[in-house]
Design a protein around this ligand. Sequence first.
Ligand code: 8YV
Length: 321
Amino acid sequence: MSGKPAVLVTRKLPQAVEERLTRDYDARLNVSDRIYTSEELIELSEGALAIIPCHTERLTTDVIASLPDSVRAICSFSVGYDHIDLDAARARAITVTNTPDVLSDATAEIAVLCMLGAARRAYESAREIRTDSWADWSATHQLGVQITGKRIGIVGMGRVGQIMARRARGFDMEVHYYNRSRLNEERENGAIYHATIESLLRHSDVLSIHCPATPETTGMINAETIALLPDGAIVVNTARGAVIDDDTLIAALQSGKLFAAGLDVFNNEPDIDPRYKELDNTFLLPHVGSATVETRDAMGFRALDNLDAIVAGETPRDKLA
Ligand code: 8YV
C-alpha cells in the first residue's frame, strides 16, 4: 500500500503525464492501451478515488450507477463530455471535470488542414503520388476550390470556433457564425452573427463545425439543413460525428451538391460509415484534432490539476458536475 489515492487511468497517456500520475497517485495505468469494457472499467475502479477516462469510454447512466462507492471523481482527458452522463454523476455526488482551452489551437489547426485538404483535393493528389499514377502536369489536373476570400460559416463560436475564425481571416475569408448566444464585439471581431443555423448555412462556402454533441446539435446537419448550403460548398467537422447525419452528407458528396468534406470525427468511431472511404472528395483523418505532443501533455496536466484540486478538497477549475 502506497498510501496514495488510487486512480484508474483507462488509456495509455503521454509519458510525462504518466510520470506525474505515478509520482502523486497509486496509478492504475493501462499499459496495453486496450479499451476496457464497461464491466472491466467498473471492476478496475474498485477502491479507486478517481477515474481518468478518455472519450473512448462511455460513462453512461448504468455504468455510473454501478461504479464502486470509492469513486469520487471522473477527470476526463478530453474537452468533450458527451461520453459522460453528468446527471448520473451528480446523482452520486461524483465530481466530473474536462480539459478545455489547452486543445483549442491544435484542433483549429486540424480544422484548417481538413478545410484545405477538402478544398484542394489532397487525398486524390497524395494518392496519385503514392500509387505512381501521376501522368504529368496539366492545366486542368486536380482543380480544387480556392478558399481565399470565400465565406466560412462557423457552427459554435466557442474556444475552437474563435481560433478557427482567426485562422480563416488569415486566408481573407469572411467569417460568419451561429452560436447559442451572440458574442460581444471584441470576441466577435467583425464576424457576422446568424441567429439560426439555417441563415448561417445559406452564407457558408465552407461550413466548419465546432459545437459539442448535445441533444440539440445531434443530427443538426441533415437533409433539410444541408440543402441550404450553396452548391459546391465544403463541410468540415472536427467536433463530433453526431452533429452530422451520415446518409445526408454522403448523398450530398455523391451527387456533387457539395464539393468535398474534410472530416476528423465520425459517428461510431473507428467503424465509420464505409461509404466515406469510397468517395474521392473526402479528406479523412482518424480523430487527431488534439494529437500534438504539446497538447496531449497539456490535457493530461490539466486533468491532473483538476484531480489534485479535488483531492485537496478544493473546487476544480473545470468542474462540470
Ligand atoms: C481528444 C476530443 O483527443 O477532447 C476531446 O473532446 O475530441 C479529442 O481531441 C479525446 O477526446 C481524448 O479523450
